[in-house]
Design a protein around this ligand. Sequence first.
Ligand code: TYM
Length: 330
Amino acid sequence: RPRVLSGIQPTADSFHVGNYLGALKQWVAMQETHDAFYTVVDLHAITVEIDPAALRHRTRVSAAQLLALGIDPRRSTLFVQSQVPAHTQLSWVLECHTGFGEASRMTQFKDKSARSGADRSSVGLFTYPMLMAADILAYQTQQVPVGEDQRQHLELTRNLAQRFNARYGRTFQVPEPYILAETAKIYDLTEPAAKMSKSSPGGALDLLAPVKQSVKQIKSAVTDTEREIRYDEEHKPGVSNLLTLLSVLSGTSIPDLENRYAGKGYGDLKGELAEVFTDFVTPLQQRVGELMDDPAELDRVLAEGAGKARQVADATLADVYDKVGFLAAG
Ligand code: TYM
């Protein structure tokens, strides 16, 4: 079975529908066909300031959401990044093989550091992509299911793997991004030109938000002044985004939806999306609540996952340490 790995940051109290459609839905599906490793990347979460109690809560609630969405710890390895030390150990070695200019070109770093200013941005924010590369390369990963915003980080990861292999002999599998065109970029509901993100609360549709609030958000989603329900990303980004959401959540193709909504208004489209979204999140929220009621069991599942992950990651790390010339610890 081909190996897959992906990660998600525990930086909010809830994942949003962009995380789900861009990545997590594929995580769940790939369990059937792949040897899957999925990780809650708490080390990445501290690249920006985060309260310790919030981080602890968000790490657990992230894991609970993954389980509730269908990640099955008997079939996949689900773990918390900081519990597998090989990630940080490998990331140091990769950092030493990354050019300063190369890392400076990462657009996510440039955006985030521009927003908070150079003096308030941590060095961890700068080295973030090399830690992500370590997450992936430690597992000899073949495919990485992510949204479009991670493509550049995947390209860096591939470059690092190829560079290392060329210099020291074959060490890493060179991974491929797995990005589904239809859902690679889900847009903000209030600002359809922008990506839906955890930092845009009004426009992000959170899986764990009170259903009433989400329904309200859907009903007030920005569209356009026409009436026609038609998929046209360039001229009708808001309506196209709603069509994408409804299409994937209901399993109906976009042309079918366009036919069904011929002659109908935006209110009808929003009404159905609100219903489908409600039906999706209601049982999910209930399951997350149950899982959060037993944090000890949640921690146990994660510790077990970390144990399995360590075995794989440690083997890669040992090979890397040997190749660069470190003495064996015995
Ligand atoms: P993160 O936590 O920001 O997001 C998790 C996943 O959700 C996808 N995503 C989206 N997809 C479509 N539309 C959107 N609006 C949208 N917003 C987010 C992201 O592309 C991602 O797949 N650096 C990563 C975490 C990471 C990682 C890894 C991923 C760390 N190590 C190793 C893969 C492999 C991140 O910040 O994702």
